[in-house]
Design a protein around this ligand. Structure first.
Ligand code: HEM
Length: 490
């Protein structure tokens, strides 16, 4: 998902040679170079659908800054594989499940390709930039942070943070704050002082907005990337402090109470076979990579979850029915993972909500070498090759009535949705598949489950509620205006 800011790769929609006819190229060199670029584009594109000509730099830059869902759909629907060029980067888009999975599962040919600014923000030495065997080994170690036991601990923290925020939402709802606060408390527990989540949350937006496909290359003061780097410095300093305090607390024999504690305890376990030494900074960088990978996708998932439930009161009513059955009206009692295990309907709603509005619609990969993706087309080495998830998740053969929220489709083992797990690409596939799947789904389920128990909310509909805005991940264009009131129990 580090790559899903790629969402800002847009088809240069609406660009055509006629629009460009008024462009006067100042020198002969410019026109010779344009001619060369056109030929290269045509040569690489071969028979794939896509614009017949690439367009000069400014046009592409402008378009890639304003991606639209309609632009993407046009590109995806133009062919199973299609071509485009943004800023003279040749791009092959895959729109079918088969090709998308092939890209994600061909580490020998393609690897995730991050927007330029990601390395500046996350630091080049961050584990997420590893590939191949080194990546597999590092990731294997991190998987221990997401065991069932560890998730149970995180769930308790999520419950108390979510309750605090639902209370606040009764005054003013800001979902991004809930995600940040939950993540930081799950990752660092009380090793972070109270002012830290506030400060990190305030600055984090600078990171979100810097993750564009194309950014000013130098991180000079005043640029978005410069501001994002300052925000990263603040976040890393707090996370390093938390790592340090966690090591001290575990050395004093305290009970693990957050992800850092789980990690330190694991590293001290005599039976543990992986690498044992991690500096405070390395631990902080891993946590920051989780924050980075999850913040925008989680906000998108939670916001659409709330919007979907407000717009489908019958589904909300069924969630409430299930809540009362499992929790017996004990609203103040923390929800547990065991409670969640008895809520198949709530889990189906989360799965379905993420299918209808997948936070990450595509992830860009880079062809490391010539990649024979189909019988009649080889992606040229050095091209971007982008698996898209939207069409797989809206394939009417697998998900009849694909745009409608139908949680029931996940409750019937014979339903084509359950028979075709290869289509469920919300979290990607292959060696870089999301590490936070369980974490993310249980967190969204908890937020929706608790909110339906404790609050009523109304969706203030606007003409832009159904339109999609792409800021790294997808959001309702009007930001989703919800009005919360305390729930009155009969
Ligand atoms: C609804 C929420 C989320 C969605 C939709 C999502 C989706 C994704 C996707 C599509 C990828 C790329 C997969 C690929 O290239 O095949 C990814 C990677 C990743 N995600 Fe998530 N994610 C979510 C939440 C989280 C959370 C909560 C965490 C951490 C706590 C997380 C950590 C990561 C990491 C570390 C990677 C990179 C893995 C690697 O390169 O090995 N994600 N995610």
């Amino acid at each position: 998902m580090f790559n899903h800011f790629s969402a800002s790769v847009s088809r240069p929609s609406g660009t055509s040679l006629t629009q460009l006819s008024s462009v006067q190229f100042p020198t002969l060199f410019a026109s010779a170079s344009n001619c060369y670029n056109q030929s290269i584009y045509r040569y690489k594109k071969r028979h794939l659908p896509g614009d017949r000509w690439t367009i000069p730099i400014i046009g592409k830059f402008a378009d890639s800054m304003k991606p639209t869902m309609e632009g993407y759909m046009k590109q995806w629907n133009s062919g199973a594989l299609s071509a485009l060029s943004v800023f003279n980067i040749f791009i092959v888009m895959a729109s079918t499940t088969e090709y998308s999975r092939k890209i994600l599962n061909s580490p020998g040919h393609a690897e995730p390709c991050l927007v330029y600014s990601a390395k500046q923000i996350l630091l080049p030495e961050n584990w997420v930039f590893l590939t191949g065997k080194e990546h597999v080994a590092y990731r294997r170690g991190l998987n221990h942070l997401f065991t069932h036991k560890a998730l149970g601990l995180y769930f308790n923290i999520m419950d108390s943070v979510t309750r605090k925020h639902i209370k606040k939402w009764l005054a003013e709802a800001v979902v991004r704050d809930l995600n940040m606060d939950t993540s930081l408390r799950v990752f660092c527990g009380n090793h972070l002082p109270d002012e830290a989540p506030r400060e990190i949350c305030d600055k984090y937006w600078d990171i979100t907005v810097a993750l564009e496909l194309v950014n000013f290359p130098l991180a000079l003061p005043g640029t978005k990337v410069y501001r994002a780097i300052q925000a990263r410095k603040v976040a890393l300093a707090w996370l390093e402090l938390a790592a340090h305090r966690s090591k001290e607390a575990m050395a004093q024999g305290k009970e693990p109470s957050c992800m850092l504690d789980e990690w330190v305890t694991l590293l001290n376990d005599p039976g543990y076979k992986g690498r044992r030494e991690f500096s405070d900074r390395e631990m902080a960088m891993v946590l920051f990579s989780f924050l980075f990978a999850s913040q925008d996708a989680m906000s998108s998932g939670v916001i659409y979850g709330f919007q979907h439930l407000a717009d489908n009161p019958d589904i909300l009513a069924k969630i409430r029915e299930e809540q009362s059955r499992v929790r017996l009206g004990q609203h103040d009692k923390p929800m547990t993972l065991e409670d969640l295990d008895q809520m198949p309907y709530l889990k189906a709603v989360v799965k379905e909500s993420l299918r209808v509005k997948p936070p990450v619609t595509m992830v860009p990969y880079l062809a490391k070498k010539a990649f024979p993706i189909s019988d009649d087309y080889t992606v040229p080495a050095g091209s971007m090759v982008i698996p898209s998830f939207y069409n797989s998740l809206h394939d009417p053969k697998v998900f009849p009535d694909p745009d409608t929220l139908l949680p029931e489709r996940w409750l019937d083992p014979e339903n084509p949705a359950n028979k075709n797990p290869q289509n469920y690409l919300v979290f990607g596939s292959g060696p870089h598949k999301c590490v936070g799947i369980e974490y993310a789904t249980m967190n969204i389920a908890l937020a929706l489950g608790l909110a339906s128990e404790l609050a009523e909310w109304k969706h203030v509909l606007t003409p832009r509620s159904e339109k999609v805005q792409i800021i790294a991940t997808i959001f309702p264009q009007d930001g989703c205006l919800l009005k919360f009131t305390p729930r009155q129990y009969a």
